[in-house]
Design a protein around this ligand. Structure first.
Ligand SMILES: [Zn+2]
Length: 347
């Protein structure tokens, strides 16, 4: 009988199968007759002599009798697991553990850094917002005039914290809308009012974290959600407090979970623009509120020539028409509008 030993550095599972076709599986591993030393090869073919354990998940193998295989990998596993080729199993595990700890530490540091950056950005937003002027001072007149040109009186804007900045970012006069998370301001979205400027809006702070809410909007037994602050103010003008999400899309809606939970179980009306983009936003946002048990309904601006959003409507008609449209849309549910607007409720 010719005895031939294999080299543990160059052996495949196929070689072991050829060598010992009657190997068996135990505890999730394969047990073979060991082909690596003359001593092991001299043993009779019996299960208790199958001293070579092979882990067919990792490619590691080891002979309990002659210790061959320690630190080696089966050929099949070398290409896709190169690091294991030269590391014994315990050292490999230690290396993996170190790698994992380093990655976790790295993630913690990144999160910490991001949190600090967000706090800085919020601080900057609050400072710039504070520097803007209240709408009831005479220097804010260009802002008030702009609101009037959009069919909006200054009252609801003033009460909702809208301000005027004569040179926002040093560029030009702008209306400044506070973006709140619950009651706290986290950002400000500004709209330049000079029609000659190509740049229309410029925000400061992490505006995805907050919303623009008109006065009392957070305290209603329902929510009306729209796209832009001007739309929200148009609805406020018709005694419907509203919330503007300002560019929130499918990928950022998770940031507004606090808003969904604020209106958990209450009806939510989505009043986005009467176009494809508005439809898309409504479909992206609806599940976030539905997840908190809200019945989500569409509140559409009426399909009329030249009317795309709530501000178009208030400009084309007046606030009484807008009131009627909104009231008509939500009347079947007998929802109270503003509590102090009792006269608007049916019966
Ligand atoms: Zn052996």
């Amino acid at each position: 009988m010719q005895l031939m030993t294999f080299d543990p550095k160059d052996v495949s599972l196929a070689d072991l199968n050829n060598h010992d076709g009657r190997s068996f599986a135990a505890s999730g591993k394969r047990r073979f007759m060991c082909p690596f030393s003359l001593d092991c090869l001299g043993k009779s073919v019996k299960n208790e002599h199958r001293s070579l354990t092979v882990d067919t998940q990792t490619g590691q193998f080891y002979c309990h009798r002659c210790t061959a295989g320690k630190g080696s990998l089966l050929n099949e596993f070398k290409t896709h697991n190169p690091k294991r080729e030269w590391l014994p199993p315990d050292e490999y595990r230690a290396m993996k553990k170190t790698e994992k700890a380093a990655a976790a530490q790295h993630a913690r540091e990144r999160k910490q850094r991001e949190a600090e950056e967000t706090l800085d950005a919020i601080g900057k937003a609050r400072k710039m917002y504070e520097e803007a002027l209240s709408l009831d001072v005479s220097e804010a007149k260009p802002g008030v005039d702009y609101l009037r040109s959009r069919g909006l009186g200054p009252l609801f804007s003033l009460l909702s914290g809208v301000r005027f900045h004569p040179t926002w970012y040093g560029r030009g006069p702008a209306l400044v809308f506070p973006m709140r998370r619950n009651e706290a301001i986290v950002a400000a979205d500004a709209r330049y009012i000079d029609p000659a400027m190509t740049l229309k809006c410029q925000a400061v702070g992490p505006k995805r974290l907050g919303v623009f809410a008109t006065v009392e909007a957070f305290r209603q037994p329902w929510a009306v959600i729209v796209e832009s602050p001007i739309d929200a103010l148009s609805l406020a003008e018709a005694a419907v407090p509203a919330i503007a999400v300002c560019g929130v899309q499918r990928n950022t809606i998770g940031q507004l979970e606090w808003l969904s939970s604020m209106f958990a179980g209450k009806p939510v009306w989505l009043g986005f623009d009467a176009d494809d983009a508005g439809e898309e936003t409504a479909h992206a946002i609806a599940p976030a509120f539905a997840a908190y048990g809200s019945r989500v309904l569409q509140l559409r601006p009426p399909k009329q020539a030249g009317i795309k959003d709530w501000n178009d409507l208030i400009c084309a008609a007046d606030h009484r028409v807008l009131m009627e449209v909104v009231y008509h849309a939500i009347e079947p549910d007998r929802l109270p509008l503003l509590s102090h607007q009792a006269g608007m409720n049916p019966q």
